[in-house]
Design a protein around this ligand. Structure first.
Ligand SMILES: [Zn+2]
Length: 212
């Protein structure tokens, strides 16, 4: 989660070298709490897996009043890439990379992190999730891979809005347990009320800034 442990040659930082940055022009359809997620799939997910993960992450965040607009920038549904991928990035837009390998750990431990976000206390715009780590954890829980992937994406999007901190319950727990995985299968794992308010406030702020 911290910048120092994140090798510049890997992960989201590299996107700036290989991908055009983009400008998302807020359209009339954007409500006050719209989050645009530019999805870069480097793991060759199927269309079904991609659809399931976006539906799941969208539902998880919708409970907090956040409407996710997906921009498919790379992967099976990105043919051609969405217009938002070609433009300069807006304040309410984040980059979500679906990584085919494990993620570098910041302290050299062997724990397989499901995802990673470059975030300060004010949030961030670059996040990634690890497909092998999510697959292994989903198998451990006995739940569908694309379901857990959706929650991992929603969790990292949460860091982009809330900063690097974790909570003792819900979507933003540092490590999920089997009970959390059962809530995922019922699609009832969410942000806490306090987190939802903070995330919505941040999105309102960024959208106001974007319109100036
Ligand atoms: Zn986290």
């Amino acid at each position: 989660m911290e910048v120092p442990g994140y090798p510049p040659q890997s992960g989201a930082m590299n996107l700036t070298k290989t991908l055009p940055l983009f400008l998302f022009v807020a359209s009339a359809s954007c409500s006050a709490q719209t989050l645009v997620i530019g999805l870069y799939d480097y793991a060759d997910l199927s269309a079904k897996e991609t659809t399931r993960l976006t539906e799941t992450a969208g539902l998880a965040l919708a409970d907090a009043g956040i409407q996710v607009v997906w921009a498919h920038c790379r992967g099976t549904l990105a043919v051609p890439p969405a217009a938002a991928c070609e433009r300069e990035m807006q304040a309410n837009q984040i980059v979500m990379r679906i990584n085919p390998t494990g993620l570098p750990s910041s302290n050299g431990d062997r724990v397989q992190h499901l995802g990673k976000t470059l975030a300060t206390a004010d949030g961030g715009q670059f996040a990634s999730v690890s497909v092998p780590a999510v697959r292994a954890q989903a198998a451990g829980f006995g739940i569908a891979f694309d379901l857990l992937l959706g929650y991992a994406v929603a969790h990292e999007a949460g860091h982009c809005l809330l900063g690097p901190g974790h909570s003792n319950s819900g979507l933003m727990r540092a490590a999920w347990n089997r009970k959390d995985s059962e809530e995922m299968t019922r699609l009832s794992l969410h942000l806490t009320e306090q987190e939802a308010r903070k995330a919505a406030a941040r999105l309102s702020g960024t959208e106001l800034a974007a319109k100036r």
